[in-house]
Write a protein that binds this ligand. Sequence first.
Ligand code: HEC
Ligand code: HEC
Ligand code: HEC
Ligand code: HEC
Ligand code: HEC
Length: 564
Amino acid sequence: MHRRQIVFSLTVSLLAACGTSRSPTPTLEPTPARPTRTPPPPATAVPTISPVILQVGKPLSEHRGRYFAASGVCTPCHQNLEDDSGADVSIDAFWRSSMMANSARDPFWQASVRYEIISNPEAAASIEDTCATCHMPMARYTESVGGEQAVVFQSGLTDPDHALHDLAMDGVSCTLCHQVLEEGLGFQTSYNGGFEVDIEIAAGERVVYGPYSVEEPYLVAMQEASGYIPAQGLHLGDSELCGTCHTFFVGSSFPLQTTYFEWFYSDFRGVQTCQDCHMPEAVGGVRIASSSEFPRSPFAEHVLVGGNAYMLELLKTFVDELGLTASAEQFEVTQQRTVEQLQNQTVELEIEEMRLSGGRLTADIRIKNLAGHKFPSGFPSRRAWIRFVIGDSSGQIVFESGGVDALGRIIHNNGDDDPTLFEPHYLAIVQPEQVQIYESVMADANGEITTELMGAVEYLKDNRIMPAGQDKFSDVESIQPRGKAVGDEDFQGGVDEIQYAIDLRQEQGPFTVTIEVLYQSIGHPWTEALRGLGSDEVERFLRLYDAVPNIPVVVARESIEIGE
Ligand code: HEC
Ligand code: HEC
Ligand code: HEC
Ligand code: HEC
Ligand code: HEC
């Protein structure tokens, strides 16, 4: 990772002079040209690849539509792949257990679509079409070419009898990403899932883009087997490809998800793309198809993990009930990768100073965000917080801020007790009733807190830790912090600093102070808002949710002993 970073920055500074003028908001700031990937290596002798033991799931659909094919058309050749370290890097196994492959079957998503419809019945048709845009992109795009809106429920795409059912349930799949055209990417029209696919090319001759230039015998082999011809398209390696769906404005102005913007206005632009972190490079070369003669490098692993360890646990537990194609073992591996990413690549927790004097404990803590966007980013149900615990000489807890109960509620978080309240951003914490929670809190047109996506018009709070390099006072309004973080001088690009000042005069030292950064992908208010709505999708999700404890991931932990 380190070596690669240097290579990229060098490439970028060399190319900076010829930067394009792509930019996500009206600004004159030029985008540096993308770091180009190394050219394909010359043909070399084929290393003998030892047989890989795969934990296969259910068969993938082999449905072929007019513009898209389901993943089962592609995976027969793009599996059983191994890198130079001997690790299995099969595209099939990584992808099918990713959240993106499960974006349509995700029971939280389905419940959430239903919740939006119940909250706004007269807009049902447009809500279903909107929600399908990124979560069922192949089916929805096909419908839109035919001038139709996508229907999710009631004989819609979730119904096995629907002609586009298989494409819908395949989620964000191979022929979606690999057919997106370069035109328009990075421009306003490409946000909200506004990617374009060539609709002129006939079925059987359609083109899928990739990083390499593929030679003649392979072009024909792949075309004959799948109806798709591989072609080099370096835009596949650009963050703008991901930005088309990872930028979601509701009602054209409320910034519901701005992961791509956060990245664009950080130090990571021009240095590390989304792919660099989310599709890490395999060790050495990989034969990219089972029939390939020579290995290619760099090979982007389709791991595509973010922070959603909880949903992967839920999917793993209910593989059969939800009709998922990945096996429980594959979900397990993807979930472990998610936890590893959260624990090793997400934050750095530093205790800058800790003193105990006159029975008063003071601790200055610094949290550094290592991700290429806010932490947390993405869907607004994500939250991270600090748990600060002091144990006395006998091991008794004498102070705790940010503990969590068996239902996944943050103890003393106003918002988990009462949905009309939220915990403000703190500069300092002096009592257990105060908890530092990094989250966004949405409000509706009446200024009331809401978890209804389509009804949100503003954030009352957004103190998610900004990525390195983001200027909180820049004029890019959609990613500016909201609430008390704005006035916190220690809340800056890449970091937040906070002080804990605790009165321990009644307690017996020496003390053990433990500090943790915890993360949950679904905060309590998001499930509670669904209770009592009484539709099938909502009831099912709540039943599965209640069966899988919402245990936060410990992202970082430090422990110190201190006496006077
Ligand atoms: C008959 C086996 C076969 C099938 C089926 C197949 N491919 Fe391929 N694919 C290949 C081969 C062979 C190559 C080229 C290998 C090489 O040059 O190293 C390739 C290359 C690729 C590349 C790299 C292209 C580039 O220019 O970098 C992509 C992307 C790709 N395939 C995607 C797909 C998708 C999507 C499908 C399903 C629609 C699919 N493949 C189906 C065999 C297949
Ligand atoms: C512009 C693309 C786009 C559209 C349109 C879209 N989503 Fe999403 N959605 C995403 C992305 C990207 C994520 C993942 C972000 C993350 O992991 O933090 C996501 C995540 C979610 C999640 C969280 C899933 C989980 O398992 O935690 C829910 C729920 C959800 N979306 C509901 C909806 C609903 C309801 C609609 C329609 C109103 C909708 N989405 C429309 C892109 C979109
Ligand atoms: C989220 C979008 C996305 C999805 C879904 C996706 N890919 Fe890719 N794929 C990429 C990107 C991005 C690259 C790397 C491009 C680069 O770095 O230049 C890539 C690279 C490849 C390559 C070249 C070898 C490598 O991994 O670097 C092949 C072959 C390939 N994909 C096949 C597939 C197949 C088969 C599927 C479905 C099982 C699939 N992809 C699903 C985005 C995607
Ligand atoms: C067609 C739309 C689309 C494109 C293009 C797309 N994504 Fe996504 N992505 C989604 C949706 C939808 C989800 C949420 C799925 C869910 O949770 O149900 C998601 C989720 C994710 C997650 C969260 C996974 C987790 O475990 O929390 C990551 C990471 C991610 N995408 C990375 C990428 C990267 C990197 C690219 C570009 C190579 C990309 N995405 C391109 C739609 C897209
Ligand atoms: C420097 C590495 C890095 C880069 C660059 C990067 N990410 Fe991430 N991403 C991470 C890490 C680490 C996490 C896990 C922490 C988190 O959840 O924020 C993550 C999490 C995510 C999530 C889940 C968010 C959540 O909190 O649930 C999504 C979605 C995502 N990334 C998409 C993207 C997209 C899209 C891009 C490019 C615009 C991108 N990432 C660029 C490192 C990176």
